[in-house]
Design a protein around this ligand. Structure first.
Ligand code: 6PG
Length: 249
């Protein structure tokens, strides 16, 4: 059984979102202070959306140098960017339309290529060009945000699918899991996520209790090897969980 990552529990999604926003800003400002740039990967899903809405509020407009942020996506559905199922579309309306990012600093998976394998390869090449790795190792983003599915998936790493086994890759194509929407995706791999300086899970909803216990401490939900979120274990980076209380009870 594994426990010990910092776990922050809130009574509501509103409280979770505010606390997570403060933490993201601290990590961003520390990165900008040290390296002049903050590289973040955003997650899809309804829980991270609450955080994006806080970050795009007027109150946050002066809390960080938004022009020093470089934005990536930890997963994306291979659908047009205007499609309702697109993670980009959700982030555009909840965050990009409100905060003052530099447009050229938003790096979206090239979904127009249509073929998931090609989208993944092109996105990986872009990340490798932007983010230098020390000693040929895996490049590190400053922060990877992740959601959690009731089946234990995170990003688009679904139980029992080949994407969870990927090595020597940063981004791979991913077949849909059991949860909707039933579309092909691209996803960060576990080695790339685990190379990040910071990883934050954001999860809410009663349906995720079992997935949370399995991901956080390796108990329940049948075979833990079927729980991709359990394998998010950053090498030298930090791992923090922000959850609502219904997951912990
Ligand atoms: C995706 C998401 C996914 C999401 C979780 C949790 O593209 O499907 O990135 O990993 O974060 O499914 O989503 P909710 O917070 O909406 O439950």
């Amino acid at each position: 059984m594994r426990t010990g990552s910092p776990l922050f529990i809130y009574d509501s999604l509103v409280q979770l979102s505010s606390a997570a926003a403060e933490r993201v800003i601290d990590i961003a400002n520390e990165a900008i202070g040290k390296r002049g740039v903050f590289r973040i990967a955003l997650a899809g899903g309804s829980t991270p959306k609450g955080l994006y809405e806080v970050l795009s509020s007027h109150e946050y407009s002066r809390k960080t140098d938004w022009s020093a942020w470089e934005v990536y996506f930890s997963d994306e559905r291979v659908v047009p960017l205007t499609d309702d199922r697109s993670n980009y579309a959700m982030v555009k309306s909840s965050l990009f339309d409100g905060a003052q990012f530099k447009e050229g600093n938003i790096y979206i998976p090239p979904v127009h290529l249509n073929d998931p394998a090609q989208v993944a390869e092109a996105y990986e090449a872009l990340i490798r060009r932007n983010v230098a790795a020390d000693d040929e190792s895996v490049p590190s983003l400053d922060l990877v945000l992740l959601g959690l599915g009731s089946d234990g998936h995170t990003a688009s790493l679904f139980p029992g699918k080949p994407a969870i086994e990927a090595v020597n890759r940063l981004v791979v194509e991913s077949m849909p899991g059991v949860l909707p929407p039933d579309v092909d995706r691209v996803t960060f791999t576990l080695p790339f996520i685990n190379a990040a300086r910071h990883v934050m899970f954001l999860a809410s909803g009663k349906d995720k209790q079992a997935a949370f216990s399995a991901a956080y401490s390796g108990v329940a939900l049948g075979d833990v090897h079927q729980v991709p979120a359990y394998f998010v274990q950053p090498g030298s980076g930090s791992l923090e969980w922000f959850i609502t209380n219904e997951l912990a009870s």
